[in-house]
Ligand binder design. Structure first.
Ligand SMILES: Cc1cc2nc3c(=O)[nH]c(=O)nc-3n(C[C@H](O)[C@H](O)[C@H](O)COP(=O)(O)O)c2cc1C
Length: 388
């Protein structure tokens, strides 16, 4: 397991040595990036002795222009410790003006911030806004804790104690291996059913929730095949992306790739498709009635498989009313293992938002989540699947 530590210019920097010694003795390999300000506060020679990897700073970019990409790809986890108010603000605003901040922006790994600063700095409204912005994006924070600060004042801002930090890091190192050697199939996005060469039947799905689940499953160690209807969002680099357009294409792609441990059907597959696709544009007057036929029910077919049924099958439902009873009915009829239901209303306009409010339903459980970012929803779903 490899961790990239980004060390910024906080007085709490002296505690890094203890943290690194503990992690290194647990066979965790550590690379470090030190900011220009951190470099002035730390004895690099001493620090080097506590880690098996290397210490990088801005000067190293001169010889390796892609260092910011390489460092985040080769490590499994990125931890900013100690995290200054400055680096929190930079990342929250997408600023990339040195090796540390550019690496953060380029990272596709789980990122943790372990802040340390004076309590006025921590409680500063802009800092709090930045922290809550990052938390909504699924970035985790460890601490700070209340206590005596290096400046002599007492308040909230102390770097969390070493034992808690190292315990949480080890826990997350293990978490990133939960689905190691497990194969996962995820469908996402809408389908498009052509009426003629110009017109289609489709729906409002953007694919965001499914893509986030794919990303979180990858971070948990799974090998992910993502079957996606047309979207304009970027698929996770490590996923095997299969692009489809129609419900029929999605069904065929699922059938071909069904030998997996976990299947998550987050796509909004069109229930119906035109009976015949017209070769030519249908004239307006002939378009009042379009004959439709049912598409195959992917979730139901896969859940009823006698051979190659995935160990865990999760379906999605979007309902405007009676969402719980409808979801229970779906769970029962389709014979899947869990349904994640969105209640669509003016308070939860799922399709146009980065936020979602879902209920997770199995035969025995019903868990209502409050409204949160789709990234956080995806993290919860991954944790629930782990328990299944
Ligand atoms: C001695 C000293 C101690 C500092 N300690 C902290 C600190 O604990 N937390 C913090 O947010 N900033 C602290 N600062 C301010 C930061 O170093 C400053 O905001 C700097 O621009 C951070 O740059 P960096 O985030 O690129 O490392 C300290 C500055 C000095 C000179």
């Amino acid at each position: 397991m490899k961790i990239l530590f980004i060390i910024s210019g906080s007085i709490a920097i002296k505690k890094c040595e203890e943290i690194f010694q503990f992690l290194s003795s647990n066979n965790i390999s550590i690379d470090c990036i030190v900011t220009k300000n951190a470099k002035k506060m730390i004895n690099l020679k001493k620090l080097k002795k506590t880690i098996s990897g290397k210490i990088y700073s801005d000067v190293d970019e001169k010889n390796n222009k892609m260092l910011h990409i390489a460092l985040t790809r080769k490590n499994n986890l990125v931890i900013v410790c100690p995290a200054t108010s400055n680096i929190i603000a930079k990342y929250s605003n997408g600023i990339a003006d040195d090796l540390a901040s550019t690496t953060l922006v380029a990272s596709n790994r789980n990122i943790f911030f372990i802040p340390a600063m004076n309590s006025e700095m921590w409680n500063n409204k802009m800092n709090q806004k930045n922290v809550s912005n990052l938390k909504n994006l699924g970035i985790q924070f460890i601490g700070p804790e209340y206590g005596k600060l290096s400046c002599g004042e007492v308040g909230l801002g102390r770097l969390m104690n070493t034992k808690t930090i190292t315990n949480l890091i080890i826990q997350n190192v293990n978490k990133s291996q939960i689905f190691k050697n497990k194969k996962c199939l995820i469908t996402a996005g809408p389908t498009i059913e052509p009426i003629d060469p110009i017109r289609n039947i489709t729906n409002n799905s953007t694919g965001k929730q499914g893509y986030e689940i794919a990303r979180q499953m990858i971070l948990a160690g799974a090998s992910v095949t993502l079957i996606s209807g047309p979207t304009n969002i970027q698929a996770p680099l490590e996923s095997r992306l299969i692009k489809v357009k129609t419900a029929k294409e999605m069904y065929n792609a699922v059938k071909k790739n069904i030998k997996v441990d976990i299947a998550i059907f987050a796509a909004a597959v069109s229930d119906l498709t035109p009976l015949n696709k017209s070769k030519n544009k249908i004239k307006k007057d002939d378009l009042q009635i379009i004959k439709l036929k049912k598409n195959k029910d992917i979730l139901k077919e896969v859940s009823h498989l006698k051979k190659n049924r995935p160990r865990v099958i999760v379906g999605f439902a979007a309902e405007t009313r009676d969402h719980i009873s409808n979801a229970r009915k779906k769970l029962f009829e389709k014979k899947c293992d869990a349904i994640i239901v969105n209640k669509i209303n003016k308070y939860n306009d799922v399709f146009n938002s980065d936020f979602n409010k879902v209920t997770f339903i199995t035969k025995k459980k019903k868990i209502d989540f409050k409204k949160m970012s789709k990234i956080k929803v995806a993290k919860h779903i991954v944790e629930l699947i782990e328990k299944m």
